[in-house]
Design a protein around this ligand. Structure first.
Ligand code: NAG
Ligand code: NAG
Ligand code: NAG
Length: 190
């Protein structure tokens, strides 16, 4: 292969990589926030009260991630979505709770089969990284505490109301991160 051809080949490869990310992350630009706002309205619309929170919310982790690189933001969203799904799944397995089960199902379907799936696809276009960032570790600890609170109270109405409130806060903060991601990815495609 002469020099000129190998450059052409290299550009072509680069084009493919960029193109691949566009396709894999397209959901983050075109759909994620819309689906997220659907999730928020399903969560808001479930019956049962929303009380004030006694559980600390990981505000600092969200501030940090708002300033992070887009690839870390995508990873963080993936991680947070996964935790939310696991927690809500545990709730959905209980039968005597006062949440609207249809809305909970809708919510879990969108989170699991759309948001998480698309986030994972997008994350896969970035280089693999061993271990978890400190924001991710703190997030994991936060969710572990929530799980323990639910369990220790036997999924009491009060703890469920708090969980719903915390999940709403997550989804609202995730929307800001998703807006960052969408903006950055749009810049790169143009
Ligand atoms: C993400 O959005 C927030 C709120 O609009 C903004 O303050 C922050 O600078 C953005 N982060 C990046 C990396 O663009
Ligand atoms: C769940 O809660 C029960 C009491 O309600 C407790 O005995 C048990 O150890 C808890 N399990 C975990 C994993 O925290
Ligand atoms: C939760 O349920 C367990 C077993 O039924 C019971 O021993 C425990 O006291 C309950 N805890 C609360 C906080 O109601």
């Amino acid at each position: 292969m002469d020099g000129k051809h190998s450059w052409t080949y290299l550009y072509f490869l680069l084009f493919l990589i960029v193109q691949e990310r566009c396709d894999a992350c397209d959901w983050m630009i075109s759909q994620f926030r819309m689906k997220n706002s659907f999730c928020i309205s399903e969560l808001e619309g479930m019956s049962g009260e929303i009380t004030s929170m006694h559980v600390p919310f990981p505000h600092q982790e969200y501030y940090d991630i708002e300033m992070a690189k887009v690839e870390d933001q995508v990873r963080f969203l993936t991680y947070a979505t996964d935790h939310i799904i696991k927690l809500l799944n545990a709730v959905s397995l209980k039968d005597d709770i006062d949440w609207d089960s249809k809305k909970l199902d809708n919510l879990l379907n969108v989170l699991d089969y759309r948001q998480l799936k698309e986030l994972t696809k997008c994350t896969a276009t970035y280089a693999r990284r061993a271990g978890h960032s400190s924001s991710e570790k703190k997030l994991r600890r936060h969710f572990r505490k929530l799980k323990k609170m639910l369990n220790d109270s036997n999924y009491s109405a009060n703890s469920l109301a708090q969980i719903r409130n915390v999940m709403l806060q997550h989804l609202r903060r995730m929307d800001i991160i998703a807006a960052n991601v969408s903006q950055e990815l749009t810049k790169k495609t143009n």
